[in-house]
Design a protein around this ligand. Structure first.
Ligand code: M6R
Length: 604
């Protein structure tokens, strides 16, 4: 959500800023802009819409500079427009911002009374003018930024250039991600790793209450009393190639195809003697709460099903944005599990902090190493999906489902619901059979594409129905379809449809029925008959076992390979993701960057 890039060095900042912003596009944005700093002063170029618009404007100006900051804005305060796009400036400085200044109106009133005027509708303008106020007083960028930060409520990552120090970038953050790096050609700041990868694999994750000062050949860190600080340098384990499409038409498709490997890489490091290792957790856990947002929350639903099924322990799954405000009942012995791909989702982070404040142990299951959720939780387990660039989460969901399944096996073993050989057998299936079954589904991508086209072309609504674990999967399938194809869809527990919603099922309405739950197959078949007799166009996604044993009354069927029934949901997940992908791609939509969405939701 919003992207920041900054560069100061020996090269022309223009292509570096444009390239950096392009690599951050996946975060979601609706306008972009840059500030170029040189001895000739600071020049601003902004544009509503795509980076191509900005790039054209920028190259038309002929501007070049050795230092600059750039921004992609995802509108929160004020519509997407040139005027609201960042950077925002005063005659002394220009600033880019990710986050939300919650007390901006209060600050604005005060600044107006001191003679400042405001030209945009953004919250950010209050920040730039507040820094300006303190800069006028002290003439010191560092002091000015710390003084302003002390008065700002909300979240921010700032990149700032000052007119009088045109070769220097100042950066600080609170509750919004920002990294800092030193490369052979100069210093960089960025919201995320892909933007720095062409220049270096080493970076610093900027701590809160620390200000980074970057010049062409140095980066230094300063504390709020002016003291100089050291920060640990980290190294990215993935390459530029991993953050590129590598011949796939879209990141989403590439990422779905990476699932078998991602599952293996996630599960393998968690094994000790063939059993899942979660030794960091207390043995005597009270209730388990899984808290997350969106797709990650849907993986939590799979976790609930798995843990309750295998370990017979009750699990509560909650949307983080609700959890944080509803005063949840938490006991000291409980465990709160935070699931997050980015580890920067504002609501998930707030839920984590709330849990810790209640004295409850927290376990983060996160994909991005060193992210805020990972660092603040009592325990962290990394999923090894590698970079996920497409806004629509796919491989991250699959690996989250794998890791919560692994946790379920371990809990079941610990409480005596699974003996050692059965726990080992299920664990081995997760590393071997599950990725193999997913790989088999990937070979059917083209076939799934044709079926997806047939079911979604011209469709305005679509229903997903399932029972048991399939009902969990339907919620995710429906989200995936909605977010990238813009087709309205609903996920329904098949038995619930007739309690109201079946009135929407009329001639030709597409219904996708999921059948991986063998013991519920007959019930599902009745559900399919109910919608079919109202004219629904029915697609079944069924296991080989169900196809062989039952007559499924559907118009079309996609068969998922036969593996242990507990895990047949995994290949079905991939079918559903491919279905959504092809539905979007055949409509010619921007699959990787759906409208209004951001990859990492760093504001409430
Ligand atoms: O980074 P997180 O996993 O915390 O993100 C949570 C959701 O915003 C995310 O899963 C979102 O629902 C997906 N991008 C949708 O595909």
């Amino acid at each position: 959500m919003c992207g920041i890039i900054g560069y100061t060095g020996t090269q022309d900042a223009v292509p570096i800023l444009v390239g950096g912003l392009t690599s951050l596009e996946y975060r979601g944005y609706d306008s972009a802009g840059v500030a170029l700093a040189s001895d000739d002063g600071i020049k601003i170029v902004k544009s509503k819409g795509r980076i191509e618009n900005l790039s054209k404007r920028l190259y038309d100006t002929g501007y070049h500079a050795p230092c600059g900051i750039g921004h992609t804005r995802w509108a929160t305060h004020g519509e997407p427009s040139d005027k609201n796009a960042h950077p925002h400036s005063t005659e002394n400085l220009s600033l880019v911002h990710n986050g939300i200044i919650e007390n901006y109106d209060e600050l604005q009133e005060r600044l107006k009374s001191l003679g400042y005027t405001f030209v945009s509708e953004t919250d950010t303008e209050a920040a730039v003018k507040l820094i300006d106020l303190y800069y006028r007083e002290s003439g010191d960028p560092v002091k000015a930024m710390f003084s302003a930060a002390a008065e700002i409520r909300g979240s921010f990552a700032f990149g700032v250039v000052f007119e009088k120090a045109p070769d220097t970038i100042y950066a600080m953050r609170k509750d919004s991600p920002l990294i800092v790096a030193m490369s052979e050609c100069g210093g960089l700041i960025a919201s995320d790793i892909p933007a720095i990868l062409p220049y270096t694999n080493n970076y610093f994750r900027l701590e809160e209450e620390v200000l980074a000062v970057l010049t062409k050949d140095s980066v230094s860190f300063v504390g709020k009393n002016g003291e100089s600080l050291t920060q640990p340098e980290e190294t990215v384990s993935w390459s530029v190639g991993e953050a590129q499409k590598s011949g796939y038409p879209h990141f989403m498709l590439k990422e779905i195809f990476e699932e078998p490997e991602a599952i293996r890489k996630t599960v393998t490091p968690r094994l000790v003697n063939g059993l899942p290792d979660f030794s960091m957790l207390d043995k005597d856990i009270g209730r388990i709460h899984i808290v997350a947002c969106g797709t990650a929350m849907h993986a939590g639903l799979v976790g609930k099903t798995m843990i309750e099924r295998l370990a017979r322990l009750p699990v509560n799954v909650e949307i983080a944005s609700e959890f944080r405000y509803r005063d949840p009942i938490l006991d000291k012995k409980d465990l709160v599990v935070l699931l997050s791909q980015s580890g920067e989702t504002a609501d998930t982070l707030a839920a984590l902090r709330h849990s810790k404040a209640c004295g409850v142990k927290t376990l983060a299951i996160v994909n991005v190493i060193g992210s805020s959720v990972a660092r603040e939780a009592d325990h962290v387990i990394y999923t090894m999906a590698g970079p996920e660039i497409a806004v629509a989460s796919t491989k991250a969901y699959s690996v989250q489902c794998a890791i919560v399944s692994l946790l379920a096996i371990r809990l079941a073993f610990d409480c005596g619901k699974l003996d050692e050989s059965e726990a080992k057998r299920l664990t081995a299936l997760l590393i071997n059979e599950v990725p193999a079954a997913v790989a088999t589904v990937l070979k059917k991508s083209e076939e799934i594409g044709k079926i997806a086209k047939n079911y979604t072309e011209g469709a305005e609504h679509l229903f997903y129905i399932g029972r048991g674990a399939d009902s969990d999967l339907c919620t995710e399938a429906s989200l995936k379809l909605k977010e990238i194809s813009y087709i309205h869809s609903e996920a329904y527990a098949a038995g619930e449809l007739k309690h109201g919603t079946i009135s929407l099922v009329t001639e030709g309405v597409p219904v996708v029925a999921l059948l991986t739950e063998h013991k519920l197959a007959e019930k599902m078949i009745s559900g399919i008959r109910e919608v079919k007799s109202r004219g629904a166009h029915t697609l079944a996604i069924a296991t080989e076992r169900i196809k062989d044993e039952f007559t499924v009354p559907c118009d079309d069927m996609i068969v998922v390979p036969k593996i242990d029934p507990l895990f047949e949901m995994f290949p079905a997940i991939t079918v559903l993701q491919l279905f959504a992908y092809h539905a979007s791609a055949t409509r010619g939509l921007d699959v990787d960057k759906p409208r209004n969405l951001a990859k990492s939701v760093t504001v409430e």
